[in-house]
Ligand binder design. Structure first.
Ligand code: G4P
Length: 295
């Protein structure tokens, strides 16, 4: 995907964030790694494992309201098999949020016991929240702290300062210091992050992107695709992305003078509908198709 190559890396930013996270790690007891449940593999920065080093960690699969529940279960199992604690939740409805604090306490059980043995009973548990832009860090912090101090930004990648939030007495969250950029080295990863809207559309060719999304859905979620756009299996079979886009534009009556399909409009519609889960709960990173998620 040529379009994504142009926005590949701001290595300077990443180095700065890496240093910031490393320097703040000593202030916290654990790290909560937020991933997008629709793309648990693609939304994980592969450098994170070395940045977090041996700090206790917990994976949060956020936005599970938009992911396939069976796939979310598979991913949770995979993390746990790899000895990484993981919970699924959704900051939209708040489902699963109650499980976060107990899960952190479980991860830190040995430490908490040792604090208690040393008489440090009132010690506050401090957790750093990290994740690539748009996974829902601000929403999560707002939900957990019940305050609106972490401003929800609608633009991916907006730098925020170092901020602490109190969840409850004795439990604090630290927002990611800096912006943890994802990695687009892998073409599929870059595409999937663009599909879910983690990359600004104004620097992408949306028709190409929507076409690629339609090809991906044709291969992995054909029923949802056909259901949403009233297409038959025969109609989508063997079609290229652009042809699928034209087909959908035609079905939706998106025509310009001369009867041609307004593919730009169709592309915007397809991307928008996918991103708000109008096609159903779809997980793009299928657990059995993805490599190791290094956390
Ligand atoms: P960030 O700090 O990691 O960059 O993410 P942020 O909380 O800003 O969330 C990015 C977008 O994802 C926001 O939508 C937010 O509402 C949405 N979001 C966060 N968690 C969930 C979730 O569990 N489920 C769903 N469905 N959406 C979630 P937005 O369109 O950018 O803003 P807005 O419409 O909320 O104003």
């Amino acid at each position: 995907m040529e379009e994504l190559k142009t926005i590949q890396w701001f290595p300077g930013h990443m180095t700065k964030t890496k240093r910031k996270i490393e320097s703040q790690l000593k202030l916290v007891d654990a790290v909560a790694v937020l991933l997008d449940a629709r793309v648990p593999y693609s939304s994980c920065n592969p450098d994170l494992r070395s940045i977090i080093n041996n700090k206790p960690r917990l994976v949060i699969l956020n936005k599970c309201d938009m992911a396939d529940p069976a796939e979310t279960k598979r991913w949770l199992r995979r993390f746990r098999e790899n000895h990484v604690s993981a919970v699924a939740l959704d900051c939209k409805s708040g489902k699963g949020l109650n499980g976060f604090v107990p899960a952190v306490r479980e991860v830190l059980a040995d430490r908490i016991r040792s604090w208690q043995e040393k008489g440090m009973t009132g010690r506050t548990i401090k957790v750093m929240v990290v994740g690539i832009p748009n996974v829902g860090k601000s929403s999560f912090i707002n939900r957990m702290s019940g305050q609106n101090r972490a401003r929800v930004e609608d633009r991916p990648g907006v730098t925020r300062g170092n901020q602490w939030f109190t969840v409850s007495k004795g439990f604090d969250l630290l927002d990611t210091p800096g912006v943890l950029w994802p990695k687009f080295d892998d073409k599929i990863v870059g595409e999937r992050l663009a599909f879910i809207g983690s990359v600004k559309d104004d620097i992408l060719d949306t028709e190409h992107l929507a076409g690629r999304l339609l090809e991906t859905l044709r291969d992995t979620a054909a029923e949802s695709l056909c259901g949403r756009y009233r297409l038959s299996a025969d109609e989508i079979e063997g079609k290229q992305g652009y042809e699928l886009l034209e087909l959908i534009g035609k079905k939706r009556g998106m025509l310009i003078s001369g009867g041609e399909v307004h593919t730009e409009r169709a592309a915007a519609t397809v991307l928008d509908e996918f991103r708000r889960a109008a096609l159903g709960k779809i997980t793009l990173d299928r657990e059995e198709m993805c490599g190791d998620v290094r956390i």
